[in-house]
Design a protein. Sequence first.
Length: 129
Amino acid sequence: MMAQTVRKQPERMEPQFLAMVSKPDRELLQIHPELMKMSIGSWLEAFRSGTSGVQREATLYTRPWGFRLQDIPVQVHLWHGENDNNVPGSVGHYVAEAIPNCQAHFFEDEGHFSLPYNHMREILSVLVG
């Protein structure tokens, strides 16, 4: 149903999308309409060839990956918004606890989109060194 809405009535996506995201994400997307446009563009692209790609991605989340998080030998930095409706905070905490050398950064008032937008410099400074 979402694929049909995205392909045939993309103008209906914005209110539906805003209803699904957390308050910090909704506020960000309303202040920066270009981010909303990019997000809807991502949905359009995801469903451009039908639903098989989206179904494949969903399957990847539910199947073993071929390694355990506990076996990751390198340092991992994890940033997670506690107010994320896409990936619950409990998932972030599980991952942070499972990876032996995980430097976790949790932000109570951030969501899925607002966290990377609002903390971009901090994240990039760690990644670039």
